[in-house]
Design a protein around this ligand. Structure first.
Ligand SMILES: [Zn+2]
Length: 280
């Protein structure tokens, strides 16, 4: 599932291609109309879209937000297998292509989605989205003080908290496992047990893991591709995610996999200790 680095890579790739483009038409396959969130109909969507110009693309957590010059915002979530790719109108369809937007310039923005969990919505109020999301892990607001305050006395495993989009927006299974490994924190550690030093390290690790993954153009473990339809390389540089049964790069201990927060969770039982409060 695409996380912050993948969505950010798409945003950066699409921005120079799509800004200023005028929407000519919208096509969604009949069996994919569930793509439109809430009570939005295809006619509503077309009426809002056709003739408008794309002014900006921003990212909020794992959401892409396209600002139109008529005041509307188009909010896209890729969920499990969504892909959004810029192509020439004459290019052949993508695998599992479900929808596309055509532009006056002769280009298309194609939407493919094997599992069909992705969503499109339209709003005029970005607060609707922002109120569902915690701070961005790359922003100053996601500070040691913020973390300390929010995890105080919490018994929730730190991994579950980092996956909660209300707590921090944009992290998912891959980068939470990677950040906890880098910070040497066991994923099932009760959050309230983390020392200030461990929290500081965790905050730094979230930052560096995400920055590095953006540099590699995101991780293509499954369906993720960038705005050009190309895979990223971050999956070739993970330290712990899906490395269960293999030797830890730091200490040689075999990486373990457990189930936590309903997700496959990978960690080194030697480098990542159960509690940091007494050892840091
Ligand atoms: Zn290790």
């Amino acid at each position: 599932m695409p996380e912050l680095p993948e969505v950010e890579t798409i945003r950066r790739g699409l921005s120079p291609l799509i800004i200023g483009e005028v929407i000519k038409d919208v096509f969604i396959e009949k069996d994919t109309l569930g793509l439109l969130a809430g009570s939005l109909s295809l006619d509503d969507f077309k009426n809002t879209f056709i003739g408008s110009q794309i002014e900006e693309i921003s990212r909020h957590g794992k959401y892409l937000v396209f600002s139109l010059n008529n005041g509307f915002l188009w909010i896209v979530h890729l969920r499990m297998t969504g892909q959004i790719v810029w192509t020439a109108a004459e290019d052949p369809p993508l695998n599992y292509q479900r929808a596309y937007i055509s532009f006056e310039s002769g280009y298309d923005l194609r939407w493919a989605d094997l599992r069909k969990f992705g969503t499109w919505q339209i709003t005029t109020d970005i607060l609707e989205l922002q109120k569902k999301l915690g701070p961005e892990p790359l922003d100053a607001e996601f500070s040691v003080a913020y973390l300390r305050q929010l995890i105080k006395n919490r018994t929730t495993p730190i991994k579950s908290l980092l996956l909660d989009q209300h707590f921090v927006a944009g992290l998912g299974n891959i980068y939470v496992d990677e950040a906890l490994y880098q910070a040497r924190i066991r994923p099932d550690t009760p959050s309230g047990q983390l020392s200030t030093r461990a929290i500081t390290k965790l905050r730094e690790s979230c930052y560096s893991v995400l920055e590095r993954a953006i540099e590699y153009g995101g991780a293509s473990f499954s369906d993720y591709v960038d705005a050009y339809g190309d895979e990223g390389a971050a999956h070739m540089h993970v330290q712990v995610f899906r490395r269960d049964g293999k030797a830890c790069y730091r200490c040689g201990t075999i990486i373990q996999k457990i189930r936590l927060a309903g997700r496959g969770t990978h960690f080194c039982p030697k480098c990542q200790r159960a509690s940091r409060r007494h050892v840091s």
